[in-house]
Design a protein around this ligand. Structure first.
Ligand SMILES: CC(C)(COP(=O)(O)OP(=O)(O)OC[C@H]1O[C@@H](n2cnc3c(N)ncnc32)[C@H](O)[C@@H]1OP(=O)(O)O)[C@@H](O)C(=O)NCCC(=O)NCCS
Length: 425
């Protein structure tokens, strides 16, 4: 069982979901109610205390409502504001259109799209203090640590004052989305001792990032590939980093703090960091004939295989087929099919042995690797894209705010007596 239930008879702290009785006798698994009910105020204290239930990792718990994305774990479907991501990808909607969709809750018409593109491009600059930090940061620093610090520093240079109305926060959101690629790109150039290429205002978000890290204008194909990866990663319900962002801003802290929290959370290998783990795994395996033995050895040691499994998707992650398709094409074109051959075999073994499917990170690693992007920039790329979702979620949280404050079930002793310090062991 992947969650823990602890029962304490007669305790006065209890966690209940939607007023259901969650005693283990009646509900042995975390109950996801068919029709969740939102409460904006604590329920009145029950006459007789119910047995508390601990949903470790908040599995199966609805922490809020959202119109932004619908992650259908059993069906393997993902919708942004009602649009299936397959439809968005197949209709060649751009990342900039997705940003507008998430912030404004509608797809832009041509004038609105030009407006959001112009705003993003106009914000392609960094304060000198941040450039100084990026050029002085240790060359060996993890780019996610640099990004986290850089976004935190953006808050120091916000000249919009303390007003937090939605339109100002939308401006801040676009500025954050526009500046994250610059922070990553500038650091990447600086750590190689290279000059920072002057920003260009004629390139899309995806093309501009590739230009920043290489100093050269990318091909249309590379741009289109990264654009689709951006779209696929842009938003994903109450994932761990989005939850961090919402928790932070729900205290009425500021949007920079919220996005800084989110970046710190995304970094972990159980979340966004998994895409880097995938390429390290493929490099370690080395060739398709070594896959079976390598995976069996890891499974025997009860180790996790990166890019496999998902908390919500119980079937194939709907983002994975898009990335798989691109990974197959790119590796074929590069004449390096071994990457996709190894991936396919790993996925097959995990499906058969553990009934687990590939997630978004599994094939994105091969896509980025094939585009020539350094491995430690994979998770920062995830952050570039997810910044669209994080900022939209922050705006939505502030539209109807309520502090997040769950409980922990205390399992320690009470009423201990203080031993004088000299008598303590
Ligand atoms: C994503 C993830 C954290 C979801 O985890 P979760 O819902 O908490 O599931 P658990 O970690 O409790 O795993 C449940 C079972 O599946 C197994 N499992 C899950 N993911 C696994 C993986 N990637 N490799 C091997 N076994 C895995 C667990 O070992 C556990 O088996 P057990 O019941 O025999 O002990 C988990 O699948 C994982 O760590 N994947 C690898 C990291 C990754 O790709 N993260 C990116 C997610 S988009």
């Amino acid at each position: 069982m992947s969650f823990l239930k602890k029962l304490f008879g007669g305790g006065d702290q209890h966690s209940s979901c939607c007023g259901h009785d969650h005693s283990p006798e009646s509900h042995p698994a975390p109950a996801v109610p068919a029709a969740p009910v939102t409460t904006s105020a604590p329920e009145p204290a029950p006459a007789a205390p119910k047995a508390p239930v601990v949903h470790r990792g908040l599995e199966g718990v609805y922490a809020n409502e959202s119109k932004l994305s619908d992650v259908q774990g059993d069906e393997g479907k993902l919708y942004y504001l009602g649009y299936n991501i397959d439809e968005l990808v197949e209709s060649h909607v751009s990342f900039e259109e997705i940003i507008y969709l998430l912030h404004k809750h509608k797809l832009p018409n041509r004038t609105e799209l030009e407006g959001v593109e112009a705003k993003l491009r106009a914000r392609r600059s960094l304060p000198q203090g941040i450039i100084d930090f990026l050029t002085a940061a240790p060359k060996t620093a993890n780019p996610m640590d640099v990004l986290r610090t850089g976004v935190s520093m953006l808050g120091l240079y916000d000249d919009l004052g303390n007003d937090t109305d939605r339109s100002l926060n939308e401006d801040r959101s676009l500025a954050i989305i526009a500046k994250i690629p610059l922070i990553i790109g500038y650091f990447h150039r600086a750590r190689q001792g290279l000059s920072l290429p002057p920003v260009r205002l004629d390139l899309s978000e995806a093309a501009h990032f590739l230009y920043l890290i290489t100093g050269e204008e990318p091909s249309e194909k590379a741009t289109e590939t990264l654009d689709i990866a951006y779209i696929i990663h842009a938003e994903h319900g109450m994932n761990a980093s989005t939850f961090s962002a919402r928790v932070t801003v729900a205290t009425l802290s500021d949007i920079y703090s919220a996005i800084t929290s989110a970046i710190g959370t995304l970094k972990g290998p159980l979340h966004g960091g998994a895409n880097e783990g995938v390429i390290h795994m493929l490099e370690e395996i080395g060739s398709p004939d070594r896959v079976d033995a390598w995976v069996e050895e890891r499974l025997a040691k009860k180790e996790k295989i990166m890019g496999i499994g998902h908390r919500v998707y119980k079937v194939l992650d709907p983002r994975a087929p898009h990335l798989r398709r691109m990974a197959i094409k790119l590796t074929e074109e590069l004449g390096e099919p071994k990457w996709i051959q190894m991936s396919e075999r790993i996925a097959e073994i995990m499906r058969t042995r553990k009934k687990l499917e590939a997630n978004v990170d599994f094939y994105s690693a091969t896509v980025y690797h094939s585009l020539g992007i350094p491995t430690d920039l994979f998770t920062p790329i995830f952050a570039i894209s997810r910044a669209a979702g994080w900022t939209a979620q922050v705006l939505e949280q502030l539209d109807d705010n309520r502090l997040y404050r769950p409980l922990t079930l205390y399992t320690g002793p009470h009423e201990l007596k203080v031993t004088p310090i000299d008598q303590r062991s």
